[in-house]
Design a protein around this ligand. Structure first.
Ligand SMILES: Cc1cc2nc3c(=O)[nH]c(=O)nc-3n(C[C@H](O)[C@H](O)[C@H](O)COP(=O)(O)OP(=O)(O)OC[C@H]3O[C@@H](n4cnc5c(N)ncnc54)[C@H](O)[C@@H]3O)c2cc1C
Length: 574
């Protein structure tokens, strides 16, 4: 029987969506299964361009349906809307079959971000038309010499005296830069100093002044370097100017980075079927490898971590879709999906690879691909550091200063998430307020490890009140990031429990997951204890926050049975 908590293509039927969404998701799964495992892996190994997949997507109108907001759709195109729930579902499927497919779709989302946020009706109409023709898009923000420092852009726009510009400069690490019908490019005017000079404009990768230099990575992902040489930017191509252009960049990344969590979930799911099936059927010294207690522990930890990743991400969708000018809680949960869920994904793969060892290198399996690709997700759309630093801005308000909000239900409805394209200024994060996290934990007070973890969360509140970093320490990002990891764990636990309550998640699995989170909290506390600038009070606090999870052999055995049942539950069509 299929595990109800994991995606399984054999039984997948997203009946909770409308008929067209359901059809498109299922058709995508069927396309991959028909293509078969050998071909998929061969394409990955030979770095083949994704033309066949994109042709399928174009024929089905997949990207056009999922990525055209209702406001840009025609009157008869009722299935088109920007619906984060179904976008998340497609991320998971694409991650499951190969991150390269996901990447072409992901950078299309990023490329569309500045367009859908723009008031430029001509550019919006052009983008909708290109999507309808099955074109992909690209997001030209990064540059070779500037990394995360996007303020320092060297893409220069010189006024042409006729209301437009000539753009000259390079972009680096730009996905789909080889093929995009529209590339959203970030630059600055040569005649205006400071933030008022920023410009986001639409370029065409087929224009003669657009020069594709190379693919900077060795992959089916086309992560391009391109150069514009006096590229003509007319008023019709300008998407945003001044501070709004900078906000459009950050708000686009806000929308885009949400996709990394579900992509990493898909990777882990496929890898898990392979890993458990292999380990369970491999006989050493007359017994299956899964008879070893340490193997059971590792696979069980991997499984519950994965269930936690899914629960957190599903719940984050609800906050994303419910967001508005008066509810910006998504600005915390969003970088959490990015840095926490994707780093959990790395741990899941590591745990399984320790078990399957040599098998994880074999070229005929998905696992070897998973082991490589899972590493990318924490590094894209801002590094773990950048996202953790962002999360810290919310810590005090979240932990100590809750306010009342209307309850947020599960959001699988067919709504158009138009707020994501009018998020407004990216500033003011310190003023975002949150609902109280405590009642969610109280509701699961009967689970031993939730209670244990709650002690640690309460201890973190004490830390913030009594031992918070002083002014000098608050410039020491090395120390702060260790605190950020502790805070991220509390937020992770909170949304996992909220989702558990909404879906009736198995309580054995939940308790086993919280045993892992208790260990994680203890480990990060010890890390904080060892930080160079941690003062004596902070060191004492850190060791005092270490807890041992509550062991329950019968519970662990029941969870193990669920893991064991994954053996043979899915194998991709050869
Ligand atoms: C496969 C791939 C695809 C990509 N696709 C695109 C794309 O389509 N479009 C696009 O525009 N970009 C793309 N990128 C670029 C990507 O977003 C950048 O890699 C990312 O922004 C980080 O820049 P960097 O890797 O150069 O690191 P750097 O910015 O050089 O960072 C170096 C170190 O400093 C730390 N750091 C930097 N700033 C801060 C801060 N404020 N707080 C704390 N720590 C900080 C970082 O964490 C890191 O450890 C892609 C990159 C890759 C590898």
């Amino acid at each position: 029987m299929a595990d109800p908590l994991l995606f399984n293509p054999h039984t997948y039927d997203p009946a909770h969506f409308d008929p067209e969404t359901r059809r498109l998701l299922r058709a995508t799964v069927d396309w991959f299964e028909a293509r078969g495992k050998r071909r998929i892996i061969e394409d990955y190994r030979t770095r083949a361009w994704l033309g066949d997949f994109l042709a399928f997507a174009a024929e089905e109108g997949l990207f056009a349906t999922f990525l055209t907001p209702a406001s840009a759709a025609g009157e008869t195109e009722g299935d088109k809307r920007w619906d984060t729930a179904r976008i998340a579902a497609l991320n998971e499927i694409l991650g499951f079959y190969g991150l390269d497919y996901w990447y072409a779709w992901q950078v299309t989302i990023l490329g569309l971000g500045p367009v859908w946020q723009s008031d430029n009706a001509a550019a919006r109409a052009r983008a909708a038309e290109l999507l309808g023709q099955g074109e992909v898009f690209a997001f030209g923000l990064s540059e070779k010499t500037h990394g995360a420092d996007i303020y320092s852009t060297d893409m220069l726009l010189e006024p042409d005296g006729e209301g437009g510009f000539r753009a000259t400069g390079s972009k680096y690490y730009i996905g789909n830069g080889n093929a995009a019908g529209l590339v959203s490019v970030f630059g600055r005017r040569t005649d205006v100093e400071g933030p008022d000079g920023y410009v986001f404009f639409a370029a065409d990768s087929r224009h003669p002044d657009y020069h594709l230099v190379k693919n900077v990575v060795d992959s089916s992902k086309f992560v391009s370097e391109f150069r514009l040489e006096g590229y003509p930017v007319s008023a019709e191509d300008v998407l945003h100017t001044g501070r709004a252009a900078f906000d459009a960049a950050l708000n686009t990344v806000n929308v885009g980075k949400f996709n990394l969590c579900t992509a990493s979930i898909g990777i882990c799911e496929h890898a898990m079927y392979e890993a458990v099936t292999h380990a369970h059927n491999r006989i050493l010294y007359g017994r299956p490898v899964t008879a070893f207690p340490h193997v059971r522990r590792e696979l069980t930890d991997a499984y519950v971590r994965l269930v936690g990743m899914k629960a957190f991400s599903d719940r984050a969708v609800d906050y994303f879709r419910t967001a508005g000018p008066d509810d910006r809680r998504y600005l915390l949960f969003n970088p959490m999906t990015k840095m926490k869920v994707t780093t959990e994904g790395e741990k899941v793969i590591d745990l399984m690879w320790d078990v399957i060892a040599a098998k994880g290198f074999e070229k005929d399996n998905y696992f070897a691909e998973a082991a490589v690709e899972i590493r990318g997700l924490p590094k894209l759309e801002g590094t773990v550091h950048v996202n953790l630093a962002l999360i810290l801005k919310f810590m005090r308000n979240h932990l100590l200063d809750p306010v009342a909000y209307e309850p947020v239900p599960t959001r699988l409805d067919a709504a158009d998430d138009d707020f994501l394209f009018r998020q407004g200024p990216a500033r003011g994060l310190g003023s975002v307020r949150f609902h109280d996290w405590r009642p969610t934990f109280d509701a699961y007070g009967h689970l031993a490890n939730v209670t244990r973890f709650r002690e640690q969360a309460d201890a973190l509140c004490d830390f913030v009140l009594k031992a918070a970093p002083d002014e000098e320490q608050s410039r020491d990002l090395d120390l702060l990031l260790a605190v950020g990891q502790l805070f991220a764990l509390v937020v992770h636990g909170q949304l996992v429990l909220e989702q558990a309550a909404l879906t009736g998640l198995d309580e054995d699995v939940l308790d086993e997951l919280f045993a892992v989170l208790v260990r994680d909290f203890s480990a990060y506390a010890v890390e904080l204890h060892g930080k160079d600038s941690a003062n004596e009070q902070q060191q004492l606090w850190a060791l005092g926050a270490v807890r041992r999870p509550v062991v329950d052999e019968a519970r662990s055995a029941r969870v193990w049975q669920r893991v064991e049942a994954l053996s043979g539950a899915y194998e991709m069509n050869p």
